[in-house]
Design a protein around this ligand. Structure first.
Ligand SMILES: Cc1ncc(COP(=O)(O)O)c(C=O)c1O
Length: 466
């Protein structure tokens, strides 16, 4: 069974003949702006494993970029979705109510760590839509026009989400962008300015944030700040808890709402159902949460959750969309939440995180190119540098690693503003043997890439990951 299988390569090189034919058709039929540098054409997926059309088997550490925390084709999710297809596929929620939407909203209202007693949930289709709607609710509630986002942030590819997103490789040529979005520096501690002591680090970043009020937008014009608890595309960088406490303090002082973008961090990835539960431990709660990705095991769905007074502030008709809260997706979402709780997937994320970070830390000692290891639970980044002292990013090495690992049956992807970080987002149902196999392939790839010359460098700094 693929679910319990180990990586195995059938073809001598990638892509194999069947995959190559489909990839060539893709190039003819689909714009290259939908970026994909992988030589893999999926035939089926189970658990943490992919089988391609040529029979090669890969262990997947990308998981659809954080969508498959529960794994590919979970049999119980397949069953409830099939059962829902027998009843109806679609019931536009602005026209007919379906119970799955209501039940999933009730479930999320009961377990999301956002401020307030009574909560309400709105469903959309994608992470970008969830973030956009979170901003819409914040504007409606505060009656203010502006938003603050952070360096390294990724919030999606719709116009507002692209504007909030920091890495402009994702928005090249797409301007002009909406007014009223301002950027402050995110605490990327590995790359904090030279000369700032450990004790002064948080106050340095907070002073940079406060500068925005002087130089860009007065605080009383700011509706919200949008923060990823662990920056994903930005390089798997956790927001330090002391920093988020100070950010919450500033929000409270000026009546600004704090939006947690848990699109990538949600649904057990970080060792809790939501990463902002770590914030609650420190007495901090966001006002609004946007989440998506692993919520429905791969069926498009996203959610915005906040206290009733915020969610009731948007006028009727300003929120909604034809497919939002699709019945198949809500059926999947309810089952995902049940399985995550029953099978303790948050605890499994902690275990996986321990295993992977122990191995990564040994590589940091051993290999000159491993600069930093960081993350939360099973959301881990490993940053590659040319020189540990100068910390010069080494994206060319990471590009080679991705290709080398795929050739041996491991799917990994880069991240980071310099494209020099490998992200760990493997499905949390990965078996111990598959995890070890992946780590072995990864380490062998590091060793063989260290032997290759830099003349093979391909990727430039600042490129989009996918
Ligand atoms: C933190 C975060 N926010 C928003 C998005 C956008 O989600 P989507 O691609 O579903 O629009 C992503 C996607 O990677 C993300 O990681």
């Amino acid at each position: 069974m693929l679910r319990n299988a180990l990586p195995e390569m059938i073809t001598k090189k990638l892509p194999g003949p069947k995959a190559a034919a489909i990839i060539s058709r893709r190039a003819d039929a689909v714009p290259t702006a939908v970026k994909c540098t992988y030589p893999i054409v999926i035939a089926r997926g189970e658990g943490a494993m992919i089988e391609d059309v040529d029979g090669n088997r890969f262990v997947d550490w990308v998981g659809g970029v954080g969508v498959l925390n529960i794994g590919y084709s979970h049999p119980e999710v397949v069953e409830v979705v099939k059962a829902q297809t027998e009843k109806y596929f679609h019931g536009m929620f602005n026209i007919v109510t379906h119970e799955g939407y209501v039940a999933l909203a009730e479930k999320l209202n009961g377990c999301t760590p956002v401020a307030g007693e009574k909560k309400k949930t709105y469903f959309a289709n994608s992470g970008a839509e969830a973030v956009e709607n979170a901003v819409k609710f914040a504007k409606a509630y505060t009656k203010r026009p502006n938003v603050i986002a952070f360096s390294g942030a990724f919030h999606g590819r719709t116009l507002l989400a692209m504007t909030l997103t920091s890495k402009k490789a994702y928005a090249a040529g797409m301007g002009p962008f909406p007014d009223g979005v301002y950027r402050a520096e995110f605490p990327y501690l590995y790359r904090k300015p030279v000369g700032i002591s450990a004790e002064d680090t948080i106050s340095y970043y907070i002073s940079k944030l406060e500068e925005v009020f002087e130089q860009c937008s007065p605080a009383n014009y700011v509706a919200a700040m949008v923060v990823e608890p662990v920056q994903g595309e930005g390089g798997f960088i956790p927001a330090p808890v002391e920093w988020i406490k100070a950010v919450r303090g500033i929000c409270d002082k000026y009546g600004i709402l704090l939006i947690a973008d848990e699109v990538q961090t949600g649904f057990c990835r970080t060792g809790r159902l939501f990463a902002s539960e770590y914030w609650s431990d420190a007495g901090v709660m966001p006002d609004i949460m946007a989440t998506a990705k692993s919520i429905a095991a791969g069926i498009p769905l996203s959610a915005v959750v906040a206290r009733e007074e915020i969610m009731e502030s948007a006028p009727a008709g300003t929120i909604g969309g034809t497919y939002c809260g699709n019945p198949l997706a809500c059926a999947a979402g309810l089952k995902v939440m049940e399985i995550m709780e029953r099978d303790h997937l948050a605890d499994r994320a902690l275990e996986i995180g321990k295993t992977v970070s122990a191995r990564y830390l040994s590589w940091k000692e051993k290999y000159s190119v491993v600069g930093d290891i960081r993350g939360l639970g099973a959301m881990l980044g490993i940053e590659f540098v040319k020189d540990k002292t100068t910390k010069e990013p080494y994206p060319e090495f990471v590009s080679r690693l991705v290709t080398e690992a795929a050739a041996h049956g491991l799917v990994i992807e880069n991240a980071g503003i310099y494209g020099n970080v490998i992200r760990f987002l493997a499905p949390l149902v990965i078996t111990d043997a598959q995890l070890e196999a992946g780590l072995d392939i990864f380490e062998a790839a590091i060793e063989s890439c260290l032997c290759m010359s830099d003349t093979k460098d391909r990727r430039k700094f600042g490129a989009a990951s996918h």
